[in-house]
Write a protein that binds this ligand. Structure first.
Ligand code: AMP
Ligand code: MG
Length: 489
């Protein structure tokens, strides 16, 4: 237990900023004309030890100043992190161009969370960008990250959104906003690519030890900790990607700078949940070749992890004393991905079918249902959720599959009696459907936050819908097909 540092609960430290200079640049938040609080995540705030009484105008004004960087909590050190990354396969130098890390809040439970102001102004890494963000995309990240968290999927979270009082050029003029994001850390595969490119093994080791201290402290004293850390990241990512697939999530822009070594889902840009199932679903308007489509996510994760392995190789060579041995070790660690992903994938989908026992043909049962859904253009979320309902077979084309599944359930030790309850706990009824998210954002843009708040409330209890959520559970109308998200965030 770490005691709160002051009566308001702030308990910041800045261990990333204690890394050597090349890893960050000092960055002051912009001065915004009129910060105004739009969203405050009270349950998250409370878990961080920031149990502010909500609602009072003075308090809201203070939180808006905090969210936009006009007021920094005690102990804050505002910096932009340096990183590189492979974007659509091409390596480049990046860095936080529109986000400022102010430090790590240590929660009453002793866990630390980065506090990151996304859209807080230009930094030394902004290149030609304005360092700003528009309200719609920041509320979108708030909704989707909270939805992922409620689904039990590792994710960064959203503490607050505040508008800045500025209008910014985004397809016309849009209201500027800042999102306060929390994360186990913002260390990306691209942070390691950057560290390796510095060509200084001591610096690479400093970053690795920092990441290990934060995510895998049990490895701190291991001589081959760089390799062991790589192995941990491989396993975490394998599980996270399987979880994405189990809810029909497409991240949309899995560049190496958008993959966290913590295993948390990060950087909600052109992401989306699939409605009618198609394994080749792509939502990002700039992903023309479908590099980041649903079915490709495990392969891309492995490609990204290979970039992490290359970056860590100098430390592994130093430990093994031999390059060929180090490369073999790296390949062996990367090779653990398919098995771990497969294990996590079948574990998720078994639960979705109400299965507990493990049978060899279970994977085929899952694949055949997915193939039926694809052929029938069936809604991913509703199809799985409906398995828990005592409804008739929806389609003659699925009768054979239903018979196989019912026979399989009958072989469970409870003969499938508790399967509906198990399935209701494994198959969300409410997901962040694109058409609902768009409608909530359009209303928020126009000053009406009620649809955003209703959707957020429903997304926070995805497995236990209420009658009030009925409309939010409906698949989109047909004219919504071919939905695309835009990266101009
Ligand atoms: P993203 O596509 O959001 O992962 O961002 C890719 C890179 O572009 C990161 O280095 C961002 O910091 C940078 N970036 C995105 N938008 C802006 C902006 N409006 N101003 C400056 N940099 C930006
Ligand atoms: Mg990014």
């Amino acid at each position: 237990m770490t005691a709160p540092a002051d009566p308001s609960g702030w308990n910041l430290r800045a261990t990333y900023a204690a890394l050597p200079d090349p890893f960050w640049e000092r960055a002051e938040p912009a001065r915004f004309p009129a910060p105004e609080l739009v969203a405050w995540n009270a349950p998250l705030a409370e878990s961080l030890g920031l149990a502010f009484p909500a609602g009072e105008p003075e308090r809201r004004a203070h939180l808006a100043r905090f969210a936009t960087g006009a007021w920094l909590p005690p102990g804050a050190v505002p910096i932009a992190q340096a990183y590189a990354g492979h974007q659509y396969g091409h390596g480049t130098m990046l860095g936080d161009g529109r986000a400022i890390l102010i430090g790590e809040q240590v929660s009453p439970a002793g866990e630390s969370f980065d506090l990151h102001l996304k859209g807080a102004g230009q930094t030394p890494f902004s290149r030609r960008g304005d360092g700003r963000a528009a309200l719609g995309p920041m509320l979108r990240e708030f909704l989707v990250s909270e939805a992922m968290h409620a689904l039990g999927i590792p994710s960064t979270r959203s503490l607050a959104v505040a508008t800045t009082g500025e209008m910014i050029p985004r397809d016309g003029l849009k209201r500027g906003a800042v999102l306060v994001r929390t994360a186990a850390s913002h260390i990306r595969v691209g942070t390691f690519e950057y560290a390796a490119a510095l060509g200084d093994r001591t610096l690479l080791e400093r970053l690795t030890d920092h990441a290990i201290a934060r995510h895998d402290p049990d490895l701190t004293a291991e001589a081959d900790r760089a390799a062991l850390f790589l192995g941990r990241v491989v396993l975490r990512q394998a599980r996270t990607i399987a979880r994405w697939q189990s809810v029909g999530f497409v991240h949309g822009v899995m560049n190496t700078d958008n993959m966290a070594v913590s295993g948390e889902t990060i950087d909600y840009g052109p992401c989306a949940f699939i409605d009618a199932f198609d394994p080749e679903s792509v939502f990002s308007s700039i992903d023309r070749h479908g590099r980041y489509r649903y079915s490709q996510q495990p392969a891309i994760a492995q490609w990204n992890l290979a970039r992490l392995a290359e970056s860590l190789l100098p430390l592994m060579i130093a430990h093994e004393g031999d390059e060929a041995l180090a490369v073999d070790r790296a390949n062996e660690l990367l090779g653990a991905f398919p098995a771990e992903h497969g294990r996590a994938w079948i574990q998720c989908f078994r639960a979705k079918l109400g299965l507990v026992a493990e049978e060899r043909d279970d994977a085929a049962l899952v694949r055949d249902l997915l193939a039926w859904m694809h052929a029938a253009k069936a809604d991913f979320t509703s199809t799985f959720r409906a398995l828990a309902e005592p409804s008739p077979v929806p389609d003659a084309s699925r009768a054979e599959w239903d018979a196989r599944w019912r026979a399989r359930l009958a072989r469970e030790s409870d003969a499938g009696c508790s399967a509906p309850a198990r399935m209701r706990a494994a198959n969300p009824a409410v997901i962040a459907r694109n058409h609902r998210v768009e409608a909530a954002l359009a209303a928020a843009e126009a000053g009406d936050l009620a649809p955003f708040e209703a959707l957020l409330a429903a997304l926070r209890r995805p497995f236990a819908p209420t009658a009030a959520d009925a409309a939010l559970r409906e698949p989109p109308p047909p004219e919504f097909c071919g939905y695309r998200t835009f990266c101009g965030t």
